[in-house]
Design a protein around this ligand. Structure first.
Ligand code: GUN
Length: 283
């Protein structure tokens, strides 16, 4: 029976540590740390995410600026909002909640964010720095997963890590982070042949494929560490990419959904905002 990695508890620990770092920052630099959030349209999941992000910002003592634009906002309107935040000296971080409504070019909008305010770590400059092993802002979800592994003292060096999913915001940066920790990394995806065999060789298995209960017990190595990044809305509520009930009997560590990676992603967004503010003061 596996040890369950409690993401909610760990996220609280990260946020509580951050609380005192935010106070120190204020004392040292005489100003607040400010995160701006841009939400376009009425995607219900995005609304929930943004609400939780704003609540968490307040919890750690940072200030937030929230910009809500209608579903039919033009690309130009969204661009102007981001441009004004880009030049605002009082703003440390800019988060444009994705996905944007159809007809708005996401890459074009994201490119308007200065890399030093890119708290999501989505921009080419920050992704490139991650690849080069330079200090940078790392996308919140993979950063959260790495923190979960490290805080549980899970040995990474020399281990076989398999990442299922190759998205720009999870799979690819996750692979880079694990490589930096000296894992032997394999990225699998929907076209991978022998996916089951690949997974059953993993000491560390990260599921980020977006298919409900995709990873079954017969796919995992006994004693492996399994982190579930999936958030799938089904008739039975929100489920992960891993068949938690059966897989947990076979592995050494497993993260649940909900209460695993989700809360960590928000905690790391705040950590990233703090790090951006600190770098802006010290550049
Ligand atoms: N939509 C889903 N996940 C994310 C995220 O991490 N950041 C942003 N900006 N939008 C998202």
């Amino acid at each position: 029976m596996a040890e369950i990695i409690d993401g909610k508890l760990l996220a609280l620990k990260v946020k509580d540590k951050l609380k005192s770092k935010v106070v120190e920052f204020k004392n040292k630099y005489g100003r607040d740390i400010v995160l701006s959030v841009v939400l376009v349209g009425d995607n219900p999941a995005s609304q929930v995410y943004v609400r939780n992000k704003l609540k968490a910002t307040e919890y750690v003592g940072m200030k937030s600026l929230s910009f809500v634009l209608p579903e039919n906002a033009s690309e130009n309107q969204v661009a102007e909002t981001v441009k004004s935040l880009a030049v605002d000296k009082g703003v440390d971080g800019i988060l444009v909640q994705l996905p944007l409504p159809k007809g708005i070019d996401e890459r074009k909008i994201l490119k308007l964010i200065p890399p030093e305010k890119d708290v999501d770590g989505f921009l080419a400059e920050n992704v490139g720095k991650l690849m080069l092993g330079e200090e940078t802002t790392v996308a919140c979800t993979p950063f959260g997963v790495l923190t979960m592994l490290k805080e549980n003292n899970i040995e990474l060096s020399g281990k076989n890590a398999v990442v299922i999913g190759r998205s720009n915001i999870v799979g690819k940066p996750m692979a880079m982070l694990l490589l930096k920790e000296n894992c032997t990394v394999t990225i699998c995806h929907s076209k991978t042949v022998n996916l089951k065999e690949m997974c059953s060789n993993a000491d560390i298995l990260i599921a980020a494929i977006g298919k409900p209960l995709f990873v079954t017990a017969d796919m995992v190595k006994p004693g492996a560490v399994v982190i579930d990044v999936g958030i799938n809305r089904t008739e039975k509520g929100i489920v992960g990419d891993v068949d938690f009930e059966n897989v947990k009997e076979k592995v050494s560590f497993i993260s649940p959904v909900p209460g695993g990676v989700g809360p960590m992603t928000i905690a790391m967004l705040l950590e990233n905002t703090y790090l951006c503010a600190l770098r802006r003061e010290n550049c």
